[in-house]
Design a protein around this ligand. Structure first.
Ligand SMILES: NC(=O)c1ccc[n+]([C@@H]2O[C@H](COP(=O)([O-])OP(=O)(O)OC[C@H]3O[C@@H](n4cnc5c(N)ncnc54)[C@H](O)[C@@H]3O)[C@@H](O)[C@H]2O)c1
Length: 371
């Protein structure tokens, strides 16, 4: 019997919500049937643009509608917990934006609730779903690069590089801003690649401008970090280090992950997402464009265009949403084996953020809470 498409509703139609709508529309077995935002104008424009029949300004209406199967939560961070919890209680599968929650404790509860209700619960950490990132992971799993010695990298952006860079997004972020916003993406990508969680951290969180001046000339106090320097130790003892900053001029969305192995090093750069750089002692750098002949068997589904026809940011998001919907349709989400990030990973991200804040305050190594 042919499968019925899953019916999706997307809540929050600012920057990322429409990207989810695009990703859903690229899947064969999913239909965006309703869109929601607190701004009626955003709703009207998005419904018209994407040809979605139903628009709402109240998310509760959608959660209580039995004809909707999946909720995409693309609202600001402070609303994630409330909407995700209620969606699960209403029996919906949930694909949430990151950071999953406002605390590790709340994220733990949400993961438990999804398990108890037997619902799929995904988090949009899409970077791990790039073909080149999956290739790194596969090469480690097949012991092709030799023993991993260390993991390094960065996630650099520039939106907070000047004293006059101030926006409402800097307010109400909880105890962390830059680690919570982009550091968690690096952590998810690194943990997915090496296949283990981070056990402990030593973080130095820096505020470059304790007061910022808004466009209206008003001074705003800033209490959360612009930049963080973070040492990590994974579960097995594998050491690592990365820098995360919103004050790195020239860097638009520069996530880099290096896994240095005894045989060769591997580097992935988000701004050149379709390739993997191999660092070889004997011959120097080799650039591997993702293509079915060069990648491992399990990575082939992630390669969707010929070499040089650059697969990138929207494709990774599509891959992540696609893996989520496939796992619902074939029931594999019940075995906790989805390749996309789950609420379990969302919890690990929250535990990581809290550990960084604790470490920076205490100026020492601290353990990251585990599930
Ligand atoms: N995975 C990624 O790469 C990525 C990238 C950007 C943002 N994000 C995450 O996505 C979330 C949203 O970020 P954004 O950049 O799209 O923010 P945004 O401010 O551009 O959009 C948020 C939208 O939510 C709407 N909204 C606010 N309150 C609402 C409510 N009560 N009901 C319905 N809609 C409401 C706002 O009107 C706005 O349109 C954040 O959690 C952020 O961390 C993830």
């Amino acid at each position: 019997m042919p499968l019925k498409p899953l019916r999706a509703a997307v809540i929050g139609l600012g920057f990322i919500g429409p990207q989810h709508v695009d990703a859903i529309r690229r899947l064969p077995l999913a239909l965006p049937v309703a869109l929601c935002d607190s701004s009626a104008e955003q709703v009207r424009a998005a419904c018209e643009r994407y040809g979605v029949p139903r628009g709402e300004t109240s998310w509760r209406e959608l959660l209580h509608d039995p004809s909707i199967d999946v909720i995409h939560n693309c609202t600001p961070n402070a609303l994630h917990d409330e909407i995700n919890r209620e969606a699960l209680l209403c029996g919906k599968h949930v694909y949430s934006e990151k950071p999953l929650s406002t605390s590790a404790a709340a994220a733990r509860e949400l993961w438990a609730l999804a398990q108890e209700r037997k619902l799929a619960a995904g988090v949009n950490h899409q970077y791990r779903m790039n073909a080149a990132v999956q290739e790194m992971r596969a090469r480690l799993q097949h012991s092709m690069a030799g023993r991993p010695l260390m993991v390094t990298g960065c996630y650099l952006q520039e939106s907070a590089s000047r004293e006059t860079d101030w926006s409402h997004r800097m307010e109400n972020t909880g105890p962390s801003r830059t680690v919570a916003d982009i550091g968690v993406h690096w952590v998810d990508t690194a943990c997915a690649v090496v296949g283990e969680p981070i056990r402990e951290v030593f973080a130095d969180l820096q505020i470059h401008f304790p007061t910022r001046i808004g466009a209206d000339g008003v001074a705003h106090p800033v209490t959360t970090e612009d930049t963080a320097f973070i040492l990590v130790r994974f579960q097995s003892g594998l050491p690592g280090q990365f820098t995360v900053s919103k004050s790195a001029n020239g860097h638009k969305n520069d996530l880099r992950l290096n896994v240095w192995c005894e045989g060769y090093g591997m580097e992935w750069r988000q701004e050149q997402p379709d390739r993997l750089i191999l660092g070889k002692k004997e011959t120097g750098y080799e650039i591997l464009y993702m293509n079915p002949r060069a990648c491992q068997e399990e990575v082939k589904p992630y390669v969707t265009t010929p070499m040089g026809h650059v697969m990138g940011w929207p494709d990774a998001l599509r891959n992540s949403v696609s893996a989520f919907y496939s796992a619902i349709l074939d029931g594999s989400y019940l075995t906790d084996s989805m390749p996309c990030a789950t609420f379990r990973d969302g919890f690990q991200g929250m535990a990581f953020i809290e550990a960084c804040v604790r470490s920076s305050r205490k100026r020492r190594w601290v353990e990251v809470e585990q599930l």
